[in-house]
Design a protein around this ligand. Sequence first.
Ligand code: NAD
Length: 479
Amino acid sequence: MNIQNYINGNFQNPINNHWIDNYNPSNGEVYGQIPNSTKEDVEKAYSAAKSAFPIWSKTTPEDRSRILIKISELLEVNLKRLAEAESKDNGKPISLAKAVDIPRAASNFRFFGNAITQFASESHESVGQQAINYTLRQPIGVVGCISPWNLPLYLFTWKIAPAIAAGNCVVAKPSEVTPMTAYLLGEICNEAGLPKGVLNIVHGLGTTTGQAIIEHPDIKAISFTGGTATGAHIAKVAAPMFKKLSLELGGKNPNIIFADCDYQDMLATTVRSSFANQGQVCLCGSRIFVEVSIYNQFKKDFVEKVKALTVGHPSNEDTHIGALVSKPHLEKVKEYIQIAKDENGTVLCGGNEVTIKGSENGYYLKPTVIEVTSDECRVNQEEIFGPVVTIMPFKSEDDVLEMANKVKYGLSATLWTNDLKRTMKMSNELQAGIVWVNTWMMRDLRTPFGGVKASGVGREGGFEALRFFTEAKNVCIKY
Ligand code: NAD
């Protein structure tokens, strides 16, 4: 199926009529083409957004809220169709797309549709000076939203929903690897009555289409989720233009297991936090540290559970592990397994590709557990972003804290313990934007989301996102 850009409420071909192949990771076949958009297409999208801004930015929060909630409802009505499209485009198990990705996209619109009606300005009476100060929260104008391939509609809408809720108009680019549900979102926005030009979706490569968005002098803010190297590049390009930036980048998250935890709960969740979406979630716990007294038991039980996971076709309802997103990504992950072996790591299970009958050219890899002897080896320091985790024992809180923090990233950390003192100490000292204790991936959309160090700058979620997508202006009136 070929898809088109969505500009000014219309679907249209790229101006140069150049196209990129779109692959189905479950069988390695090209199943459609997407626009290979250029600067000219981005300019067209920008013009549409600019023209829509004066009216959209003056609508009441209630009016915007109504449309966002309508989009949310239509995403729910179309859940099956969207989940199938997401699973085919990305390789993720259909059960995950149905239970998590698409419902979350609907929640994003519902949440920000409601949040904007509660996003109140502050005011202060400056006693003694006979003045009153209040803060206006004004939309920025035209903003850019750029998202990755791992949670396609989930992360695309996580940016778009707060941007338009706050009164901005958007030029957005989904990943060229997984464009399908972003394309379907355009249809839904039209059906929900979103005015033309408020959201414009331009498809294409990062280095051309994405680059045109970040270089555009009048796109005043960029909300980006993706790799750390791309984030650094965007920061460099944007700095001389003083663009507002929100950068959600890579991770290498520790999963720290103490002997006093609820063992069965921890075990089941650790399987999920290691391999959900083939390990292609920025929040997956890819470095597992286990207190030495339970290390051997954990190793045995964990490997047994991982071996029982079903690698299969993404459209199969009982598949646990679907296909990796692309051939180059599969090759990258396999390279890391070789690097681990070269660095004296022991592959406890997995490590090799899987052939699925009828889909022999799909990108399937067995979930892989590697025992490492040093926390400083490359597989423990570099983001792999696939179904590969490392495990190693630790002796004390201080040892594990040091190892957990000794990476360039700082996105999330998971801690398993029932000791309150330890919980407080560790969660204070772990260098991460999110610490989960005795759970993983439990999200409340009101909470701030983001990373520290090479995992990014800025926070999304709740009022943080609405603050990002508005400029604060102080007005001081003397009376
Ligand atoms: P990527 O950086 O290659 O691409 C992300 C997006 O940026 C894509 O749409 C791409 O086309 C675009 N892009 C690439 N070069 C660009 C440029 N020069 N200018 C503008 N846009 C450009 O990342 P990816 O491979 O799609 O995604 C995987 C990465 O995303 C991993 O590192 C993962 O950890 C990270 N991620 C982070 C979070 C988070 O919330 N922190 C969430 C999901 C994924």
